[in-house]
Structure formats: structure tokens, C-alpha cells
Design a binder for this molecule. Structure first.
Ligand code: 3HC
Length: 394
């Protein structure tokens, strides 16, 4: 059944933009907040995005007005008693989100899907709080939520298949590309993206390289849309520090975010949302280094780190090989998925690169034994189409 009425809890940067995406696709959406000033801030963001779309000729004025009219801002929890699909997008604090899920379990109709946009908290713990874990699922958007096509649909051990089916269908209903992901810390895309981001930042620190030279080299030579410092400014340095901390606790030092990130957070430099992070609002980079970049080495380190994490996700059964690649393209704008990158290089060459990086940069690049064996056996990363049986064969 198509979703007739949706709700978004929290009108922050992500929540407001998610509500707009839903409304633009013809679905009425309740936007719930706890105080009028938060609601007003979210609505200002929505109006600014709509105005920009109209100015750029992406929407007609009447379409923008119709989308805006489908957003129902409220402070009242009673507005949640008739919704079919709720997306929680409140700040990333476990206790706060658990309280929201307790309320959602109490207020929403029994059939309603209770989804969370969390980027790194355990979905199954929110599910427990709701009292109906079968209805709970991760529904993770990517920044900017109205532009990036991906939604990670994060499935816990207790999520019902009917909930998964509704979430996949609703993502498509609002113009997104859903990828089904098995729950693990960091899910799929942030694991791969942050592995590459941290590696780019580490390179900058070691080489005392200019920030903008690092970003430029990755844009030009790896053809990713943003280098690590631009990306951190877009996502928010506080979020990077938080996700990095969760990933490091779960998987170890390969996710160790350089201390400069937390130092800047402590200074209130959070990125675009606070008027500057690694870059000033006029685009000037912070003077954290001035050395030139050896582009090939930087690109190899970042892509190898991303591929290694993608390979681990594949081995852990987090998503299918095709969906891993698709997710990095639709969620982070990578020109190629990490597995396709490795296939194009050839697995034996990738293994040799990882071994060289393990010896020269750090043991975090050590290729897993299963990858080394796979490369030696000539076994591909994804199942190949089976040979058509020969006529007359058994
Ligand atoms: N908010 C909303 N819309 C924005 C935006 C923003 N911050 N920045 C750009 N846009 C829109 C523009 O209005 C434009 O829309 P239009 O095509 O309708 O006119 C469109 O995006 C393209 O913008 P530009 O032409 O100005 O710029 P680019 O071509 O450089 O594209 C980008 C901008 C789409 C952001 C591109 O740089 C990109 O893909 N970057 C990678 C982003 C990424 O990796 N996101 C994932 C981060 S991880 C995450 O979010 C997970 C979370 O858990 C932390």
C-alpha cells in the first residue's frame, strides 16, 4: 500500500530537507518539532530551497506552493496518530532518539513504519524502545538530502519483511534509490566514505599538504565530487567526529579521525552550518599546510582504503556487490563503485598495492587473507553469469 501520510520528527537540516523531498513527491507530511523556533528555522530552510529551485527553473511557482502546502508543521504529538510512515531525524543522541521511539510506539497506528535517519546509532536499540521492533527500520539519507539519490534501508534482525517492502517502496515513491543494508556499525556508505576521508586527512597531516591541494587532487584524479575537507565541511565536523568515534570503537584505528577535527569542533568550527570549518565561507582553506600533493599516492591511498572497507562489507554480507557499488555512486557521487574500481585494476594488482601500502604507510592496509587467496585463484568479486549448458549436456 502506498504511503498516504508521512511524518518527519525534527526540523533540523536533514529533517527539513527530507520533509521537502516527501512533499515534492506528492505525499502530505507532518513536520513535528518540540519548540516553535526550531520549526520556524526548518521552514525557513524549506522556503529557501524551494525558492532556489524556482529561480533555477527546476520547479514552477505553483508546484513549489503545492509542495509547501503539503508540509504540516506542528508541535502537537496528536498529529502522529494517523500517519503511515515516520522518519525520525532528531539530533544523534541515543537517549533522545530512544525517547522519540517510545513516543512513536505509543502514538502511531499499529501498521505505521517507524524509520530512523540515524547515521551511526544502533537501529535495533531504537527498535527495542518503540515496543514494536518489527516495524522499525533505518532510512538513511545523504547530504544534501534533496540532491543525493540514495537511501540506505537498514534492516535489523527483528525488522519484518513487510516493513522492508514498505520502506523500499516508499523510498522509490519519493524519487530515491533504496539499497538494502544489513545493520552493522556505520552501515554501508559511511564505512566506505569515512575510511577514504580519514585516509585523505591523514595524508594531509603527514605531508603538511595544503588542504585545497588535497581536495583538488582527489576531485581531478579520482573524479570524486568532493575531497575530504570539503566533504567534512558539508557533513559537519561534529558529525564526522561522532561517526569516526563510533566506527573506530567498532572496527579499530583505521577509522581514527585526526585530532584537528575535534579541535575545530571545540572551537565551534563545524563546517558550512556554522559559517566555516576547514574552509572559510569565502573558500579560503585554513593554513594547516602548504606542501604540494603527490597526487597518485594520495589517490591510491584513498581508493585503496575505500575498496578495503567495501571488501569487508562484502565479506560480512552487509549488501550485495552490485548494491555496494551503486550505493557509493548514488550516496556519495563516486564515478565508479569501489568493487568495480578493483575489478578494473585487476585483483592481483590491487593486492600488490595493498601490500605495498601496508609496508610503507601502515598495517591498516594489510589485505585480508581471503582477498589474497581470491586474487591468487583468479576468483572474481561477484558471481559471474553461469555458462549456458551445452546442448546435449547432462
Ligand atoms: N543543499 C541543498 N542543495 C544543494 C546543496 C546543499 N548544501 N549544494 C548543492 N545543492 C544542489 C544545487 O542547488 C543544485 O541543484 P539543481 O541541480 O537543482 O540546480 C545541485 O545540488 C548541484 O549543485 P551544484 O551544481 O552547485 O554543485 P555540484 O555539481 O558541485 O554538486 C553536490 C554539489 C551534489 C553536493 C556534489 O558536490 C556531491 O555529490 N558531493 C558529494 C556529497 C556526498 O558525498 N554526500 C554524502 C555525505 S555522507 C552523508 O551525508 C551521510 C551522513 O550520515 C553523514
Amino acid at each position: 500500500m502506498a504511503v498516504q501520510q508521512a511524518a518527519v520528527i525534527g526540523a533540523g537540516t536533514m529533517g527539513a530537507e527530507i520533509a521537502l523531498v516527501i512533499a515534492e513527491h506528492g505525499v502530505p507530511v507532518v513536520l513535528k518539532e518540540i519548540a516553535p523556533q526550531y520549526l520556524e528555522r526548518g521552514l525557513r530552510q524549506i522556503d529557501a530551497l524551494l525558492q532556489r529551485r524556482v529561480e533555477r527553473g527546476r520547479l514552477r511557482t505553483e508546484e513549489a506552493q503545492a509542495a509547501r502546502a503539503r508540509i504540516h508543521p506542528t508541535l502537537e504529538e496528536q498529529a502522529l496518530t494517523t500517519v503511515d510512515f515516520v522518519i525520525e531525524a532528531v539530533p544523534e543522541q541515543l537517549a533522545l532518539k530512544q525517547a522519540v521511539f517510545r513516543d512513536l510506539g505509543r502514538l502511531t497506528p499499529p501498521h505505521a513504519v517507524l524509520a530512523t535517519n540515524t547515521s551511526s546509532l544502533p537501529v535495533h536499540e531504537l527498535a527495542q524502545a518503540s515496543g514494536r521492533p518489527a516495524n522499525v527500520i533505518g532510512f538513511h539519507f545523504f547530504n544534501p538530502a534533496s540532491v543525493m539519490r540514495l537511501v540506505e534501508v537498514v534492516v535489523t534482525a527483528e525488522t519484518a519483511e513487510a516493513t522492508v517492502a514498505t520502506a523500499l517502496a516508499f523510498a522509490r515513491q519519493i524519487g530515491k534509490l533504496p539499497v538494502r543494508v544489513r545493520e552493522c556499525p556505520g552501515f554501508l556508505v559511511n564505512r566506505i566514505l569515512v575510511a577514504g576521508m580519514v585516509e585523505g586527512m591523514r595524508y594531509q597531516q603527514e605531508q603538511r599538504a595544503a588542504l585545497d591541494a588535497v581536495d583538488r587532487a582527489l576531485r581531478e584524479q579520482a573524479r570524486v565530487p568532493m575531497g575530504p575537507f570539503q566533504l567534512a565541511d558539508l557533513v559537519g565536523l561534529d558529525i564526522v567526529a561522532e561517526i569516526g568515534g563510533i566506527l573506530e570503537a567498532a572496527y579499530g584505528e583505521r577509522f581514527q579521525v585526526p585530532p584537528i577535527v575535534r579541535e575545530l569542533v571545540a572551537q565551534g568550527r563545524l563546517g558550512q552550518k556554522s559559517g566555516g570549518g576547514f574552509y572559510q565561507p569565502d573558500g579560503t582553506p585554513l593554513p594547516l599546510g602548504d606542501q604540494p600533493v603527490e597526487g597518485e599516492q594520495l589517490v591510491q591511498r584513498v581508493l585503496a582504503a575505500g575498496f578495503l572497507e567495501a571488501y569487508r562489507c562484502l565479506e560480512e554480507g552487509i549488501a550485495s556487490p552490485d548494491e555496494i557499488d551503486l550505493a557509493m555512486q548514488a550516496g556519495a557521487g563516486w564515478p565508479l563503485g569501489p568493487l568495480t574500481w578493483a575489478e578494473q585494476q585487476g585483483l592481483p594488482r590491487v593486492v600488490a598495492l595493498l601490500q605495498r601500502l601496508a609496508a610503507t604507510v601502515g598495517p591498516r592496509f594489510t589485505p585480508p587473507a581471503s582477498l589474497v587467496e581470491r586474487a591468487a585463484r583468479g576468483e572474481p568479486l561477484r558471481p559471474q553469469p553461469t555458462d549456458t549448458p551445452r546442448s546435449g549436456g547432462a
